[in-house]
Structure formats: structure tokens, C-alpha cells
Design a protein around this ligand. Structure first.
Ligand SMILES: Nc1ncnc2c1ncn2[C@@H]1O[C@H](COP(=O)(O)OP(=O)(O)OP(=O)(O)O)[C@@H](O)[C@H]1O
Length: 211
């Protein structure tokens, strides 16, 4: 499903993420590691946000040869999402639905699952951290991407929404969507049957269990 080839990413001389070659089969994958080990850096590179050295191929589509097609296959929710304050979630939904050729019915289903109420019409500058997180999650699921990348997906969500998100991830996984997850919280994340668990330490994989 996802292939990293001779993958490296540096922030100047300060931090080096050296992954090399990594193959992940379809499924739910967990990335573990201490603060600053490189989890978010890896996810942002796979999401097509950060430049890197090497190559990434998702379902046969190369990020370097076909970046636009590659990005359409990905949904990404950052750990601490940032959106323009003056827009509403509804504004962002319209953009992503068009880009990902999704249906309004899917958006309504996601809003219900993630318990997104009328706040979606308000300016993002007025959102709480949980509302921001729900917004990022909804946008990541739009259009049924091949791979959904969720960094600290459960942080700041209330317990009810955590449970709904767990069920949504399990359902989508059964339908063929793959996931890359990170977490600092043990409770919701242990619910999943992971295809593999990758442990990072100071920018290197120290353990990879599963496929
Ligand atoms: N934009 C950036 N510019 C320079 N250095 C960065 C940047 N983003 C992250 N870093 C550095 O890269 C290293 C890895 O950071 P990263 O955010 O990937 O770690 P993480 O494992 O996700 O951490 P956490 O668990 O705290 O979220 C850290 O030393 C961090 O300071």
C-alpha cells in the first residue's frame, strides 16, 4: 500500500529523520515514539506537506512524479490543526468536497458521527480546541481517501466523540481505507487491531512489528 524508498528528512543540521526503506501493507498502522522522535515529521512528509529526500509511493502513485494525484489519495488531520480564523468549517468543506469529488451525503454522515453541530457555520477563530480537532478529522475523511493520516487523533476529543471516531476508523478500515495513527493516549488507541506498530527514537525506526 505505502512504500518509502531511501527516505530521509532533515531540519538543517538539528534533526535528521532516517527511515530508509519501509513497506506498509493495507491496514491500520501505529507510530510510537517519545516527544521529538520524529512522528509528526514523518506523517507530514507522507501527507505531501514537507519536502524530503527519497521517494514515497502510495498504491502505485509516486509523490514526486504525480504529486496532485498522490495528494488526492491522502486525508490528513494534524495534531494541532491551524486554519484561517475568518473562514468557517463549511467554507473549508466546500473546497475539500470539490477537490476530492465527494458527496454532500458523506459530509452529513461525517458531521453526525463526529458530533459537529451548528458551530460549523461560525468563524474558525471562535472554535474550541475540540471543535478544531473535529473539523480537521471531518476534512481528512472527505472523499474516502486511500490513506488517512491522523496525528494525535483522540487528543482534546470528549469521550463520546472518541468512541464514535474509533468505530468510524474500524468501519473505514473494513471498507479498505488504510490509516497511519500516532497517539500519546493509551485508552482509545488500544482498541485497534494494528497491522503494524513502528517505534521511532531520535529519528530512527528502532522496532517494526507486523507488516
Ligand atoms: N518545522 C520545523 N523546523 C525545524 N525543526 C523542526 C520542525 N518541526 C519539528 N522540528 C524538530 O524535529 C524534531 C521532531 O519533531 P516532531 O514534531 O516530528 O516529533 P514528534 O515525535 O511528533 O513529537 P511530539 O510527540 O512531541 O509531537 C524535533 O526535534 C523538533 O524540534
Amino acid at each position: 500500500m505505502l512504500e518509502l524508498i531511501d527516505f530521509r528528512k532533515s531540519y538543517g543540521s538539528d534533526f535528521h529523520l532516517e527511515i530508509g526503506d519501509l513497506n506498509l501493507e493495507a491496514g491500520i498502522h501505529l507510530i510510537l515514539g517519545e516527544n521529538g522522535s520524529g512522528k509528526s515529521t514523518l506523517l507530514k512528509a507522507v501527507a505531501g506537506i514537507h519536502p524530503f529526500e527519497g521517494e514515497i509511493v502510495l498504491s502505485g502513485v509516486s509523490i514526486s512524479k504525480d504529486p496532485l494525484e498522490y495528494r488526492k489519495l491522502i486525508g490528513f488531520a494534524e495534531a494541532e490543526p491551524l486554519f484561517p480564523d475568518f473562514l468557517s468549517l463549511e467554507d473549508l468543506i466546500q473546497v475539500v468536497v470539490k477537490a476530492k469529488s465527494s458527496s454532500p451525503t458523506q459530509v452529513e454522515d461525517l458531521k453526525e458521527t463526529l458530533k459537529i453541530g451548528d458551530f460549523s457555520k461560525q468563524a474558525i477563530g471562535s472554535y474550541s480546541s475540540g471543535m478544531l480537532k473535529k473539523s480537521a478529522l471531518l476534512l481528512a475523511f472527505i472523499g474516502d481517501p486511500k490513506l488517512i493520516i491522523l496525528d494525535e487523533a483522540f487528543t482534546t476529543l470528549d469521550v463520546g466523540t472518541q468512541q464514535s471516531l474509533t468505530r468510524l476508523i474500524e468501519r473505514k478500515s473494513k471498507e479498505g481505507t488504510s490509516f497511519l495513527l500516532t497517539s500519546h493516549q493509551n485508552e482509545p488507541i488500544t482498541a485497534f487491531d494494528f497491522s503494524s506498530t513502528i517505534s521511532l527514537n531520535q529519528g530512527r525506526i528502532i522496532e517494526h512489528e507486523g507488516a
